[in-house]
Ligand binder design. Structure first.
Ligand SMILES: [Fe+2]
Ligand SMILES: [Fe+2]
Length: 278
């Protein structure tokens, strides 16, 4: 029987055992669902295109959705557009915000490394919205994620500059996830989960009106944040009772290991070339 969904990780921080594929700090995934195809995020450079070719994934004509505007999720857009040709690109309007990381007082640019016009010239047809929406039947973008859980606070290292040049915490309102409504429940694909993994799962439930969350994949940002973030997330995940937990990217080794220990029969090591079919 044909699976309801097929998810292929194109770009991730590690490359597993696949021959000749490349890893980088970033995330990109290819999805087939309900007779539709979609690319979620672009990775940082050209690895998504390179790896798709090696993995036998045809990207021509495949629309793109963006989880947020960080360079490691958008930097591969130009190279993707060369392969997809003109396609719709779904995102939040703040995806073009200029933003920085702050380490030891030094600001480093980490926003989208392209101008909107240059991407449009390459065929990107931007379709921007702040709200949760159904892109295709059963396939949703969460839209802005309300920050409800007190242990999932904003990162002190991620900032924007006000018009007066004042450094402020980046609200990262553009951060969102992809949600598939499968027969047995929801499958949620996270970008970086800057809004918090648990907040995002709650938002996935809210926009779709479906209660059961079957699985989660993608970047969880669990390696960043306060001391209670990981234990409280694990506690919340137990309540969700997921069948599949396939964290990747900004989860980090320590948090991924903790999840693997906590949920040994549900954990999937998710790296370049990983395929999840449900
Ligand atoms: Fe990221
Ligand atoms: Fe990010």
């Amino acid at each position: 029987m044909k699976p309801e969904m097929r998810l292929v990780t194109l770009t991730e921080n590690s490359a597993g055992l696949r021959r000749e594929v490349l890893a980088e700090h970033g995330l990109s995934a290819y999805l087939e669902f309900g007779g539709r195809r979609l690319i979620f995020d672009s990775g940082q450079t050209t690895t998504a295109v390179h790896n798709a070719r090696l993995l036998g994934v045809d990207l021509e004509g495949v629309p793109i959705a963006l989880s947020h505007g960080h360079y490691d999720h958008t930097g591969g857009l130009l190279s993707l557009l060369e392969v997809t040709g003109p396609v719709d690109v779904y995102a939040h309007p703040d995806v073009f915000a200029s933003r920085y990381s702050r380490r030891e007082g030094v600001l480093r640019q980490i926003g989208i490394p392209f101008r909107r016009e240059d991407l449009e010239e390459m065929g990107a047809r931007f379709d921007l919205s702040r709200r949760g929406r159904e892109l295709f039947p059963g396939l949703w973008l969460t839209g802005e994620v309300p920050r409800l859980a007190e242990f999932e606070e904003a990162s002190e290292d991620l900032v924007v500059l006000s018009e007066e040049g004042e450094v402020m915490l980046d609200p990262l309102l553009d951060d969102q996830a992809l949600v598939l409504v499968l027969e047995r429940g929801l499958f949620v694909l996270l970008g970086c989960a800057h809004s918090g993994m648990i907040n995002t799962l709650e938002q996935a439930r809210k926009v779709t009106g479906e209660d059961v969350v079957l699985g989660v994949a993608g970047g969880t940002h669990l390696g960043f944040g306060g001391e209670d973030k990981l234990p409280k997330t694990i506690e919340a995940l137990r309540r969700f009772d997921l069948e599949i937990l396939a964290p990747s990217h900004c989860t980090g080794f320590a948090a991924a290991s903790a999840l693997a220990m906590e949920f040994p029969d549900r954990f999937i090591k998710n790296s370049v070339g990983t395929v999840i079919e449900l």
